[in-house]
Design a binder for this molecule. Structure first.
Ligand code: NAP
Ligand code: G4F
Length: 330
């Protein structure tokens, strides 16, 4: 079979890096859209930089997206780029709407003009369910977004559906629940906790300030979720799918599991700090994956306890190798 080409936006992020690895393993030629940056650190993709082609671009700049489509001539496009940190979206509401929301329309429009027969994946989010009256949530659950980020994701989601229905594009949305890994940004709660626990264990810190400990999330391993993205684009027809583990835990459960992995009592270190509370919280997200399990034959293997241990262990190793020891401040 002739080599297939994939274009990944957000390739420098957590999911983009795992997806690039996976697609390379499947024999794809991989192109990644990456923003111009002032330093040359590409931590998540450093190990595959010589196997992929980076194209400079930004979801806020249409001309760069047209050029990226023309350069890559992709068979598959994965839109993973976003301002993806929910808490920051209250501080950057317009930018979040522009990049995470309208950026999707810019990308779809460039695809429609340059390569309309390509297949398109949109990284939709369980945050769109927000203050949902239904639990667990599935593809038919109504959205009630609770942050500028979630509002922008709803816009991107419906833009994707609209381009599918208006122009017949093969465009799918993956409504993914929280997925984590050692490559997660330091500001997200799983990585923040794993990093702090490792620092405390190694005697580098003695505190962990957190926000709402009662929030519940359905946490899985990012390395497995990128396979579900790819499977969506291998279907005969474009459809949207919910992806998660079907199990939820509280932030308190997360903290307890992480500290107990290193034989410490979380109550000696964790404090509640107003700075990490949100103007509006999403209390509980839990996936009903009946449809994706059946249609995509996708079943995650990494459970919550495995994930927490993987992340704490990675932080211990990182710190022992003296890489980036610092406290998360956001
Ligand atoms: P991430 O690690 O924060 O990665 C975000 C990526 O977007 C980075 O590569 C970032 O580039 C890029 N980006 C940000 N603004 C951009 C812009 N204006 N133009 C071009 N690129 C830009 O996020 P992730 O966890 O991998 O998530 C991937 C996608 O899935 C995101 O859309 C996120 O909202 C969505 N999602 C994530 C989860 C989850 O639990 N992880 C769940 C549901 C949906 P820089 O390196 O230059 O910052
Ligand atoms: O790790 P979080 O920041 O992730 P959040 O807000 O659920 O969003 C992530 O998952 C979404 C999918 O559902 C993605 F769309 C989105 O891009 C992102 O990847 O927070 C998880 C929970 C929240 O309820 C938050 O209030 O943890 C709670 N939390 C409590 N203390 C904290 C903290 N979150 C962070 N980041 N930092 C804290 O100190």
């Amino acid at each position: 079979m002739a080599e297939r080409r994939a274009l990944i936006t957000g390739i420098t992020g957590q999911d983009g890096s795992y997806l690039a690895e996976f697609l390379l393993g499947q024999g794809y030629q991989v192109f990644g859209l990456a923003r111009r940056r002032s330093t040359d650190s590409f931590d998540n993709i450093a190990h595959i930089l010589d196997q992929i082609e980076l194209i400079t671009g930004d979801l806020a700049d249409s001309s760069s997206l047209f050029r990226a489509m023309e350069r890559a001539q992709p068979h598959e496009i994965y839109n993973l780029a976003a301002q993806s940190f929910v808490k920051s979206s209250w501080e950057l509401p317009e930018m979040t709407g522009d990049v995470t929301g309208i950026g999707v329309t810019r990308l779809l429009e460039s695809m429609r003009v340059v390569c309309p027969s390509a297949r398109f994946y949109q990284a939709s989010s369980s945050e769109m369910f927000g203050l949902s009256e239904e639990c667990p949530q599935n593809e038919k659950t109504p959205f009630h977004p609770r942050s500028p980020y979630a509002v922008a994701k709803v816009y991107g989601h419906w833009s994707t559906v609209n381009y599918r229905e208006s122009y017949g594009l093969f465009a799918c949305c993956g409504i993914l629940f929280n997925h984590e890994s050692p490559r997660r940004g330091l500001e997200f709660v799983t990585r923040k906790v794993a990093h702090a626990v490792a620092r405390i264990k190694l005697g580098l810190s003695d505190r962990l300030p957190l926000g709402n400990l009662d929030a519940r999330r359905d946490w899985g391993f990012a390395g497995e979720y990128v396979v579900a993205m790819w499977r969506m684009l291998q279907q005969d027809e474009p459809e949207d799918f919910v992806i998660g583990t079907g199990e939820d835990y509280s932030v308190r459960d997360l903290v307890e599991a992480a500290f107990s992995y290193v034989d410490l009592d979380w109550q000696d270190y964790v404090t509640q700090d107003e700075r990490f509370m949100r103007p509006a919280e999403v209390p509980r997200l839990l996936a009903d994956c009946t449809r994706s399990q059946k249609r995509l034959e996708w079943n995650p293997q990494v459970r919550f306890q495995d994930l927490v241990e993987m992340m704490v262990q990675a932080e211990l190793e990182r710190l022992n190798n003296s890489k980036k020891p610092e406290d998360a401040t956001i």
